[in-house]
Design a binder for this molecule. Structure first.
Ligand SMILES: NC(=O)c1ccc[n+]([C@@H]2O[C@H](COP(=O)([O-])OP(=O)(O)OC[C@H]3O[C@@H](n4cnc5c(N)ncnc54)[C@H](O)[C@@H]3O)[C@@H](O)[C@H]2O)c1
Length: 303
């Protein structure tokens, strides 16, 4: 199949590109290198260096005639979205609409979209949250992800464009960015490997659902064949405290120093964990990587 992966120079997108190429697909990338890295770009992919909201995207779609468009490109820094909601919306909403219009004009068969299970539910009422949980994002970033899902619904309704939207939990692994939703892994690991202080915001008992990037990639492979147009959580269903992340990394690196606690971040969610029953039933997906194994793999590539 001919597949476009937007954000294919980024953390998750580049792993998806590698897996699609490995599976024999013909892959193109659109990335503006806002946070992506040249060394992440698979040499067998065709690279278009541009912003997803650029009108020139039209020419790429017309020339390439993609079967599937996998949308990973986004402004993904929650704190930046609070500081600059306009920039966030320009990239995440206007950029997405530009892509969707081109999908319809060029008969793309399916869109795969990276939404966020960590940011879309807000402070949860149920643990782990199923897809039916109330949607009350606490940040402009979470609002743009929810808006993206609503646009997908509109394009399916109006033009029959199929989609699979994945609400990723906190994704960690090699190539991850310290500003992402699982940024704490990269931040702690980097500090420990450089023998610097590790700072924990607040008591460290806030929780997240850490899912390894290979498991997320696997969901993106399954989505190519899936007959369902739907929204799925992609997480582990397990709540992990920030202190636990510190402890495992401490053990794996042999760092040995105590962490320093500093004041909590205002507006930070306390607990976040999502259920994966739906994707397990409909797409036969499950997370296979244990946290300690995934963290060890992440550390290997950072050393
Ligand atoms: N990392 C996580 O824990 C997590 C959790 C939930 C959802 N997501 C979503 O998954 C996707 C991938 O995230 P990531 O962690 O790999 O982030 P990333 O920043 O590593 O990757 C994003 C990529 O998109 C590119 N990009 C950003 N804005 C662009 C634009 N306007 N035009 C073209 N390219 C642009 C960046 O240069 C980068 O290569 C994002 O949509 C993000 O919101 C990530």
């Amino acid at each position: 199949m001919k597949i476009l992966v937007t954000g294919g120079a980024g953390f998750i997108g580049s792993h998806i590109v590698d897996a699609y190429i490995e599976a024999g697909h013909q892959v193109s990338i659109i990335d503006n290198f806002a946070t992506g890295r040249r060394e992440n770009v698979n040499s067998q992919a065709t690279l278009y260096e541009m912003n997803i909201k650029d009108p020139k995207v039209k020419t790429v779609f017309a020339d390439e005639q993609f079967d599937i468009v996998n949308m990973q490109a986004a402004q993904m820094d929650v704190r930046l979205s609070v500081r600059d909601p306009l920039f966030d919306a320009e990239n995440n909403i206007l950029g997405m609409i530009n892509l969707l219009q081109n999908c319809v004009e060029n008969n793309v068969k399916k869109v795969i979209f990276a939404s966020s299970g960590g940011a879309i539910y807000g402070e949860q009422e149920q643990y782990p949250a199923p897809e039916t949980h109330p949607l009350q994002p606490y940040s402009p970033y979470g609002i743009t992800k929810l808006t993206g899902e609503k646009y997908l619904f509109f394009y399916k309704l109006s033009y029959g464009l199929d989609y699979v939207a994945f609400r990723y939990a906190n994704v960690y692994g090699p190539r991850q960015n310290p500003h992402g939703e699982a940024g704490v892994v990269a931040i702690f690991a980097q500090a420990m490997l450089n023998d610097q202080e590790v700072y924990i915001n607040g008591d460290g008992l806030q929780t997240r659902d850490f899912v390894y990037v290979d498991d997320v990639v696997n969901a993106n492979l399954l989505a190519l064949e899936s007959q369902h147009t739907d929204i799925y959580n992609v997480g582990t269903g397990k709540e992990t405290t920030i202190l636990t992340i510190y402890e495992i990394l401490n053990e794996l690196t042999g760092y040995g120093k105590s962490a320093k606690h500093r004041s909590p971040q205002s507006g930070e969610q306390r607990r976040s964990v999502i259920a994966y029953d739906k994707i397990a039933q409909q797409m036969d997906w499950a997370p296979h990587t244990e946290l300690k194994t995934g963290l060890a793999e992440t550390l290997k590539t950072m050393k």
